[in-house]
Design a protein around this ligand. Structure first.
Ligand SMILES: *Cc1c(COP(=O)(O)O)cnc(C)c1O
Length: 239
């Protein structure tokens, strides 16, 4: 085994153990929580190693980086999640490789993604990114729709050809009432998700929690955690 494979294997085991422990503490079945490896800034070779270690869900946050990486791994069976802020002019590219777009946060993007999906003859899963620090009608600093905009945006995705409404995503806010209160933030997301599911019962995904706060997310009821650093190592910079 290469050194890198041994390292990634150790890291993955540790993260899977953290998820299992958090599930045990919360009285949840570990099968309810899916680990998504966030591979941004790391090469396609690492994605291949992760695949050989059983990872099937991977995430990226920039199309310029994700598109070539997904192409380099096209022979592997992987589900690519797009988790970054997305410009409408990138919709076509992202729809070409992503099975799940977790950062849907405005109507114009829904229109662009739907057109791209129809054109590509694909159905793409969508999560609405909720900005728990955003005021009514505004977007969060790192993207995301304000909680009171979720209903309208969900209806738009549900009615858009080529798109499937799968659930909600959030990033714990750095500012506002939830700053430093990850658990409360994720509980709020789960509450919004419950309301959403009254109208859209299939929209069951709740994507929350990263390397530093995956326990809080599991405790709150997340179905998907997005883990970069704890699996791949500290990123050199940016991303
Ligand atoms: C980078 C990133 C992650 C992973 O963060 P880590 O702290 O490295 O685990 C999760 N979600 C999003 C949206 C990201 O951009």
């Amino acid at each position: 085994m290469s050194d890198r494979k041994a390292e990634l294997s150790r890291n993955l085991t540790a993260v899977r153990e953290r998820i299992a422990a958090a599930c045990a503490a919360a009285g949840r079945d570990p099968g309810e929580v899916t680990l998504i490896a966030v591979t941004k800034t790391y090469p396609a070779d690492d994605v291949r190693i992760l695949h050989s270690l059983g990872v099937r869900e991977v995430a990226e946050n920039r199309d310029q980086e994700a598109a070539p990486k997904a192409a380099a791994c096209a022979d592997l069976s992987l589900n690519w999640h797009f988790v970054g802020q997305l410009q409408t002019n990138k919709a076509r590219s992202v729809v070409g490789y992503a099975g799940e777009i977790q950062s849907v946060d405005r109507l114009r993007l829904v229109t662009a993604l739907s057109a791209a999906a129809v054109r590509a003859g694909r159905e793409v899963g969508c999560l609405l990114q909720v900005a728990l620090d955003a005021e009514s009608g505004e977007r969060g600093e790192r993207g995301g729709v304000a909680p009171d905009g979720v209903e309208e945006l969900a209806a738009a995705v549900a009615g858009a050809e080529g798109l499937r409404l799968d659930g909600l995503m959030t990033v714990a806010p750095l500012a506002g009432p939830f700053a430093g209160r990850q658990r409360a933030a994720f509980e709020r997301l789960v509450e919004i998700s419950s309301r959403l599911r009254a109208d859209h019962p299939a929209a069951t995904m709740v994507s929350a929690g990263m390397s530093a706060d995956l326990e809080e997310a599991v405790q709150a009821g997340a179905t998907h955690v997005r883990v970069g650093t704890a699996v791949l190592g500290v990123r050199p910079r940016l991303g």
